[in-house]
Design a protein around this ligand. Structure first.
Ligand code: GDP
Ligand code: IMO
Ligand code: MG
Length: 455
């Protein structure tokens, strides 16, 4: 049995917490795309774990797998494993030999290209982790895979081809000088073959698809943990303000080595934040005020009421990047995004987080549809430029009071304030998808479970 967790919006919907909740009954948690650009927060025994690469289930003793669709920075991987071990846990993490390796020159190139783009206002606002350049090398057939780290001749040959080429790109195309350490073939060979040895000695290397298929045959429960979200999917998101992989459910097949029927036979849960947040640039029709540097054209001089609302939501929801610490852009729930996400991934259920964060507002708005060229639209247009022209048509909902959320969590769905239930029912009806869980706080005990996909 499988459960696929997909971000329905722009990332940071609270996927880590839901993986933790449903993962209780799982044996294996698999990441199928992305790398250390993700930032998942999991609260366990009053300890907060911030993980960017290690799958969220690992803090509960589950086997974590980084599938072939991932890009893996071994430095981050071992740093996170060491940090988890320092807290007394014994993480069991496997890495697919087909996954690609992020090298220091990928990180350098990520930042160099962002700087170059910022001169013409085309900056994406990436996390700077080298994600795009690594997937670029994968597609261009010059990438280096995890399995290559244990083959010294192959590793050296690939580095000798690619590193001088990257150096020329930096110096001749971008006209900047390289950070020597990131472009030194011998030093990279030493360090990265060392990671290969460590991966081998610690028995972390797997043939991803075979490993997972065998465990599923034995009856294992598997969670496919998506990172990022639908609107930053390279195909279904707002290109070019996207990440370079497929967080949508199709990615769970290509990124693990299992067939689409394996994913489709299980549950596909869309994780929804009760409002909207965004890190980086790109359109956001329901945005409240803005964040200077990220919101296109925003100079910090916004509508005072919107500023106040944005500040409230940001503070109550802790909307500061898990990886980068920067303030996230926030806005009202956007239904066209959710309709697009539900179609692209085929959600069988929803988990809606942060109902507590919105408590105390007199009223809330929801972008029910858009107006574009005088016509009403219910889904997201394909081009980012057209999306930026969309004007939201809002529906207004009565707010709900701040209550004792721990008590609500203990008592169940009917204990939620009535107006919160009205809001949730609207969401579920519009998407024609049942709600499996509702988050009323960051801890696992602060989630209401209506339907447990593994039970
Ligand atoms: P992810 O990237 O989708 O895993 O989400 P993040 O961990 O980056 O961001 C979600 C943040 O919201 C984390 O700090 C969570 O602890 C927190 N969170 C998740 N669900 C809820 C909820 O229902 N209420 C509140 N107040 N916080 C939540
Ligand atoms: P989780 O898994 C929110 C955004 C970046 C940038 C764009 C491309 O925590 O939900 P990248 O470094 O991937 O090339 O950046 O995607 N981004 C995220 N935003 N949550 C994330 O992950 C993100 N991962 C990348 O801010 O706009
Ligand atoms: Mg996150």
């Amino acid at each position: 049995m499988t459960v696929t967790i997909v971000g329905a919006q722009l990332g940071d919907e609270g996927k880590g917490g839901i993986v933790d909740l449903f993962g209780e009954s799982a044996d294996i948690v698999v990441r199928y795309q992305g790398g250390d650009n993700a930032g998942h927060t999991v609260v366990h025994d009053d300890t907060e774990y911030k993980l960017s690469l290690v799958p969220s289930g690992v803090v509960r003793g589950k086997t974590g797998v980084l599938g072939n669709g991932c890009v893996v920075n071994p430095r981050t991987l071992f740093d996170e494993l060491d940090a988890v071990r320092d807290r007394g846990l014994e993480p069991d993490v496997r890495v697919a030999r087909r996954a690609h390796v992020i090298f220091p020159y990928h990180r350098a190139l990520d930042n160099i290209e962002e700087d170059a783009k910022s001169e013409s206002n085309q900056k994406v606002g990436t996390t700077g982790r080298g994600i795009g350049p690594t997937y670029e090398d994968k597609a261009a057939r010059r990438g280096i895979r995890i399995g290559d780290l244990t083959e010294p001749d192959v590793l050296r040959e690939r580095l000798e081809y690619v590193v001088p080429q990257k150096r020329r790109v930096v110096e001749d195309v971008f006209g900047v000088s390289v950070d020597e350490a990131a472009f030194d073939v011998d030093a990279l060979f030493e360090e990265y073959s060392g990671y290969g040895e460590r991966l081998e000695t610690e028995e972390m290397l797997v043939e991803g698809g075979e490993f997972l298929a065998a465990r599923l045959d034995e009856g294992a429960n598997v969670v496919f943990e998506g990172a990022q979200g639908t609107m930053i999917d390279i195909d279904h998101g707002n290109y070019p303000y996207v990440t370079s992989s497929n967080p949508t459910a199709g990615g769970a097949a290509t990124g693990t080595g299992l067939g689409p029927a394996v994913v489709g036979d299980g549950h596909v849960v869309g994780i929804v934040k009760a409002y909207l947040s965004r890190v980086g640039s790109g359109p956001m029709p329901t945005e409240l005020a803005g964040v200077v540097g990220d919101t296109p054209g925003y100079d910090g001089d916004g509508d005072a009421v919107e500023e106040e609302l944005a500040e409230f939501i940001r503070e109550e929801g802790g909307e500061y990047g898990t990886v980068t610490g920067r303030p996230r852009r926030v806005g009202w729930l956007d239904m066209p995004i959710l309709r697009h996400a539900a179609r692209a991934s085929g959600f069988t259920g929803l988990a809606v987080n942060h109902i507590d964060t919105l408590a105390g507002l007199d009223e809330l708005k929801v972008g029910h549809s858009y107006t574009l060229d005088g016509e009403t639209r219910y889904s997201v247009p394909a081009t980012t430029e057209r999306w930026a022209q969309c004007e939201p048509n809002y529906r207004t909902f009565d707010g709900w009071p701040d209550v004792d959320w721990d008590e609500v969590a203990r008592e169940g769905y009917d204990a939620l304030p009535e107006n919160a239930r009205t809001y949730l029912a609207y969401l579920s009806d519009e998407l024609d998808t049942p709600i499996y869980a509702v988050g009323v706080g960051p801890a696992r005990e602060q989630s209401l479970v209506l339907e447990h996909p593994f039970e």
